[in-house]
Design a binder for this molecule. Structure first.
Ligand code: CA
Length: 239
């Protein structure tokens, strides 16, 4: 399961270099040459991280950053800015707007790779062992298995992807629209209620051994993995 990195850069030579390097590091690389495309690709693919050049055609990096942080459904995608030397004011502005880190051109690849790993780690992705844990739920992506304590949980492929997405950011509430786009993909047309159906299946499989319900339903907002009780006595689709 390669994590997707969106490279937003209009200089072909830098794009080629970044793509080569990031693919070698095991990431799947998406490219946008301008700011408008960056926003569109980010919303369609929900990448694990965005490498964002500051000087772009159409929309500047600042505008892309502001859009992602304030207007997009995916407000918390980590963003690393790529800025030119001397653009101190831009860096400050970018960090104020919610960029996670910045790197100054020209940069070394080991430095870039280290920054990416640090930002992804903070965002809570799959660790180096290829596993994710929340409370007594353990996901192993190498073996493609899920455990609840000592009990192996059998999940269908959609429930597996759904759980992975929720596990990547525990306690964050995801709307059904976001789950649909991120787990099913924007290109597939399915009804919003499909999300509820799969959440119900996931909940059933996770709690089959009588464990505590960690799938929280938040009315009018969506779903999250949480130890706090949700609005559960109601139907899952009651929002
Ligand atoms: Ca540029």
């Amino acid at each position: 399961m390669a994590e997707k990195i969106l490279v937003v850069e209009d200089e072909p030579a830098i794009v080629t270099m970044l793509k080569y390097n990031l693919e070698k590091e095991g990431y799947e690389v998406l490219v946008a040459e301008d700011g408008e495309k960056a926003v569109a690709v980010a919303e369609e693919e929900c990448p694990a991280l965005i490498l964002l050049d500051w000087m772009l055609p159409k929309m500047t990096g600042i505008e892309v950053c502001r859009h992602i942080r304030h207007k997009s459904q995916y407000t918390n995608i980590p963003i690393i800015m790529l800025t030119a030397r001397g653009e101190e004011a831009d860096r400050v502005r970018g960090l104020q707007l919610g960029a996670d880190d910045y790197i100054t051109k020209p940069f070394s690849l080991p430095e870039l790779n280290a920054r990416i790993k640090a930002v992804l780690r903070r965002a809570g992705p799959v660790d180096d062992k290829g596993t994710l844990d929340f409370e007594d739920i353990h996901m192993d992506f190498t073996a493609h298995k899920v455990w609840r304590g000592d009990r192996e949980v059998s999940l269908g492929p959609t429930e597996f992807r759904l759980l992975r997405y929720l596990m990547s950011k525990p306690k964050q509430v995801f709307s059904r629209e976001e789950l649909l786009r991120s787990v099913w993909g924007a290109s597939i047309h399915v009804e919003l209620r499909t999300v509820d159906v799969h959440i119900r299946r996931l909940r059933k499989a996770l709690n089959e051994g009588g464990e505590a319900d960690l799938l929280r339903t938040v009315r009018a907002a969506g779903y999250s993995l949480d130890t706090e009780p949700g609005d559960s006595d109601d139907e899952d689709d009651d929002f």
